[in-house]
Ligand binder design. Structure first.
Ligand SMILES: NC(=O)CCC(=O)C(=O)O
Length: 264
């Protein structure tokens, strides 16, 4: 599967400008790289995140769904649509929508672990469903930014036998080393491909660190970036995951009966 991950400097609280930019970037990506799947960063409609989220949160995700559905159908490409601020029945969510090559919405994920240092938990409602879906017949998973720190949550995805984990993010400085280390660790410990797509640029409070990464199940970096806008590309050889599991099969060697005994 050929992946293109688009690392962007998003306009703060300006969904129209961000839509325009994403449309251009997707056009450019399709012309230059012809990927199977395009991946976007977290909260791309407003950036992470305006205090007055009420103003521009997407009602029922209607606008975002129409926008991404049109692009995925037009370019016959799967889109892992990063996340956007949404509002459903007066509750705000950090929501990710996924589309297949026919423009069908195939999956929706609401961020589960809200980033309390930025007061995200006071503005948004947390989701409570695992993010699992299929792209071109491949089982894949999604988690959003801060979710990456929750090893138990990502393990549940891995135990569901996903092959690729997508992590859209708005991960700021000064924690670039956490971001890179955790992406690699989640790839190695779960023997998965991990596609981490961050933002760059600044808001009134944060500077996003970029350094998006595509990592293979052995923790080898297939594509990396700095803190500029860029498109990362990698072809994921899904057979490699099988070979790695044959060499060190941590899933065969797990002792879940002990983990359950000591669980608190
Ligand atoms: N957008 C986020 O969830 C930020 C997470 C973060 O900065 C961290 O975990 O560190």
């Amino acid at each position: 599967m050929k992946i293109s991950a688009i690392q962007l400097d998003l306009a703060f609280d300006d969904p129209l400008q961000n839509e325009k930019k994403i449309k251009n970037e997707i056009e450019k990506t399709m012309e230059k790289y012809h990927p199977d799947t395009i991946v976007l960063p977290e909260m791309w409609n407003v950036s992470f995140f305006p205090d007055n989220i009420q103003t521009n949160a997407d009602k029922d995700g209607k606008r975002t769904k129409a926008f991404l559905s049109h692009l995925s159908e037009k370019y016959r490409v799967n889109i892992v649509g990063g996340t956007v601020a949404t509002v459903y029945e007066e509750k705000y969510y950090n929501t990710s929508y996924q589309f297949d090559r026919e423009g069908n919405l195939i999956h929706t994920y609401h961020k589960v672990h809200l980033f309390s240092p930025s007061e995200e938990h006071n503005k948004f409602t947390a989701g409570n469903q695992l993010g699992i879906f299929e792209l071109d017949g491949v089982k894949v998973g999604i988690a959003t930014c801060y979710d990456l720190r929750f090893v138990e949550w990502i393990r549940l995805l891995a135990l569901s036998e996903i092959e690729i984990l997508f992590i859209p993010a708005a991960w700021p400085n000064p924690r670039v080393s956490h971001w890179e280390t955790l992406l690699k660790a989640r790839a190695i410990e779960n023997q998965l491909f991990v596609v981490g797509v961050n933002s760059v640029g600044t808001t009134d409070k944060l500077t996003f660190c970029g350094h998006s990464l595509i990592v293979d199940p052995a923790g080898e970096v297939l594509a990396s970036s700095n803190d500029n806008e860029t498109i990362l590309n990698a072809t994921l050889d899904l057979e490699k995951r099988k070979t790695i599991k044959e060499q060190i099969n941590v899933f065969e060697d797990r002792r879940p009966e002990l983990y359950n005994r000591y669980s608190v």
